[in-house]
Each structure stands twice: as structure tokens, then as C-alpha cells.
Design a protein around this ligand. Structure first.
Ligand code: SAH
Length: 344
């Protein structure tokens, strides 16, 4: 039997089961090899064919020639000053780059993964925007990031956040399919898988209709449409009112708290008036608010002083939602939120 050449251009784990079996039978291998391969990949998280220790060398050589195992390869890696957070740059088979971050703490072991290479949204404060949009990641490309990171980490991965490169809701189908498989492969509950969106209101309604119970995070980042349009052009299409109404719709159906993220930018969205207007948008919604002091990149935006950050947080006192301040990890290696733009 001949295997079509288009099959060879994909990595093995991206193929349908039928194509995988075709490849094996073409190499005169029996079907049980496939369950062995799946075990090596999804249970043992090997990084390459060579690590499949119960396979004869001759078979490994043939498999290597036929297909790469994964659709990504790691091309650079750096560790933050804390020696815990690690950033990885990976390359897709189309040659585009993405980034993934491993963030172990005492209690958790979180990975931050990409859903796209580059991004189309052009948020003015975000480093990924400078790349433009390059490609959507498919299910295998999304999952492979976690397989690699699990292999590298000596602790079980407990949480996954879609907060790396890209807008997950502009790659909805692949992201949801991948998230569903992540639950099974890594035994991680829906509540520990966070999908963060810049505010694609139509997809917030869709994920509610589809009844997926992943954790939803919305990057709010401004208290008026006027300011938000300047820093997040997507606001033209989905104004704050539409976003908040989609969040209510989501809560009514899914009954899970939503996390709002608010990146604090000096002199742009950091006044006490901003805090009060923000609270007026959120006060009737069961939610949490995560304040992210801006991680500076080369651009025009700055992080407010600690005093301004404290004043902003204090102005939110007494409202019916919890407020936390997230001091991003990995800033020394540009792996903090929004710093992902491929500097090794
Ligand atoms: N596109 C999705 C997910 C990626 S960004 C989204 O917008 O939610 C993940 C978070 O990092 C978002 O809340 C975003 O607003 C924030 N962010 C982007 N650039 C940042 C920066 N330089 N410093 C701090 N947070 C940033």
C-alpha cells in the first residue's frame, strides 16, 4: 500500500486514525503499534520517536523518515530570574513561531499557551500585535505545547491558560476541541482551563450556547468605549455594552463566575474615575476582577506607580466582586502577559 504524500507533510499526531494505521501497515506494522504510540505520546509525553523504548531501532528509523511525531519544534528556551518561570519559542510546520510559558508555583503548575501565531486584533499595548496575524493553530499544535511542557516539568500540569499569543475566540473550533481533549489527556478539570478573550461578544454567547464550562476571562482594559477603542480596536465591533450583555448571557446559562482582566496603563485607564466606571459595568455580574499592572515593552505605554495602582484598587473597595492584583511572572525574560513577541 502506498501512503499519499500529503500525509507525510503532516506530523503523525495530526493525522486521522485511518491515516495513522495506513502508515503503520505500509511499514508492515500491526495495529497494536498505534496504541503503543498513543501511550508514549499521551501518557508518557515523549519528545520524539527515539524515546519509544520498546520499538526496534529499525522501526524508529522508518518512522522518523515518514513523519515527524509532533507538529511543533522547540527552537529557544529561557528561564526567568526566579528560576521557575520558563518561556519556550516553538515553530510550526509552516515555519511560524509561537510562545508557551511554564509557570510552576508551590500550589499549581500552570502553562500559558498560544492559540494563534501572531494576532489580528492589534491591541495597542500588546507585543504580539506587532507580528500581525500569521496562522491559526490546529488542535494538535495546541495540545503539543502542553505535551512538551509536561515532559520538561517535573510536576504534573494542573492549570492551562489560553493567554499566550493570539485570540482564542477567533480560532474557536480548534481551541474548543483542543480544550476538550486537554481535559481527557491531562486529566485537568474544565475549571482549571481558562480561555481569555479580548471581547468577541458573539463567541462569548456561543460558548454559553455550546455549554462548555471552561473558565472564561475577558480582557476589559478600559471603562469607556472611547478609551477602549483607542487601545483595543475590536471595541468598534463589540462595544462595552455588548460585551457586558454577552457576559450576563453567559452567566445565565453557565452559572460560573467570569474573570475580568484589566491591564493598568499609566495615564490611559488608571484613574479613580476609571475604577468607578469599571465597577458600574461589573457590579451586577457575578465575577472577579484581576488587575494587571502593565508589563512594559518597547512601545509608548508605561506602568503606573504603585501609589496609583493602590488608589485604583482601593476605589473598588465595597463593590460585590473580588479584586486581585496580578504581578506577572517571567518579566525578566519577556514572558509576562502581553510580552510574547519572540525574543529569545
Ligand atoms: N487575546 C486574548 C488572550 C491573550 S492576552 C485576550 O486578549 O484576552 C492575555 C492578557 O494579557 C490579556 O488580558 C491582555 O490584555 C494582557 N496583556 C497584553 N499585553 C500586556 C502587557 N504588556 N502587560 C500586561 N498585560 C498585558
Amino acid at each position: 500500500m502506498k501512503v499519499s504524500s500529503s500525509i507525510n507533510k503532516k506530523s503523525f499526531i495530526e493525522l486521522s486514525e485511518k491515516d495513522q494505521i495506513d502508515i503503520l501497515s505500509n511499514l508492515n506494522e500491526k495495529k497494536f503499534r498505534l496504541s503503543q504510540i498513543n501511550n508514549w505520546v499521551f501518557k508518557n509525553h515523549v519528545s520524539n520517536w527515539k524515546e519509544m523504548k520498546n520499538f526496534p531501532l529499525s522501526l524508529i528509523e522508518k518512522l522518523e523518515k515518514t513523519n515527524s511525531l509532533y507538529p511543533l519544534k522547540i527552537i529557544a528556551n529561557s528561564k526567568a530570574d526566579d528560576n521557575m518561570t520558563q518561556k519556550f519559542i516553538m515553530q510550526t510546520m509552516k515555519g511560524n513561531k509561537i510562545e508557551s510559558v511554564l509557570m510552576p508555583t508551590k500550589k499549581r503548575n500552570t502553562v500559558c499557551i498560544s492559540s494563534q501565531s501572531g494576532c489580528v486584533l492589534d491591541c495597542k499595548f500588546c507585543a504580539t500585535a506587532s507580528l500581525g496575524f500569521l496562522q491559526n493553530l490546529n488542535e494538535a499544535e495546541i495540545i503539543s505545547q502542553i505535551i512538551y511542557l509536561q515532559k520538561i516539568s517535573n510536576k504534573r500540569i494542573s492549570n492551562v491558560v489560553f493567554m499566550g499569543m493570539g485570540e482564542p475566540f477567533l480560532n474557536y473550533k480548534n481551541v474548543i476541541e483542543a480544550a476538550c481533549r486537554i481535559k481527557d489527556i491531562f486529566n485537568i478539570g474544565s475549571r482549571k482551563i481558562t480561555i481569555s478573550t479580548a471581547g468577541i461578544a458573539s463567541k462569548i454567547r456561543q460558548i454559553a450556547d455550546d455549554n462548555h464550562k471552561f473558565k472564561l476571562a475577558i480582557s476589559m482594559n478600559a471603562s469607556t468605549n472611547e478609551i477602549r477603542k483607542k487601545i483595543m480596536p475590536i471595541t468598534e465591533k463589540y462595544p462595552i455594552q455588548d460585551l457586558i450583555s454577552s457576559a450576563h448571557y453567559y452567566y445565565k446559562k453557565i452559572k460560573r463566575f467570569i474573570t475580568f482582566e484589566y491591564v493598568l496603563l499609566k495615564d490611559i485607564n488608571d484613574s479613580v474615575d476609571d475604577a468607578i466606571r469599571l465597577a458600574s459595568h461589573l457590579r451586577f455580574l457575578p465575577c472577579k476582577l484581576n488587575i494587571i499592572p502593565y508589563n512594559e515593552i518597547d512601545g509608548a505605554y508605561k506602568r503606573p506607580s504603585n501609589q496609583v495602582i493602590n488608589d485604583f484598587v482601593n476605589a473598588l473597595d465595597g463593590y460585590p466582586f473580588n479584586v486581585t492584583v496580578r504581578w506577572s511572572k517571567g518579566i525578566s525574560i519577556e514572558a509576562g502577559c502581553g510580552q510574547l513577541a519572540l525574543k529569545a
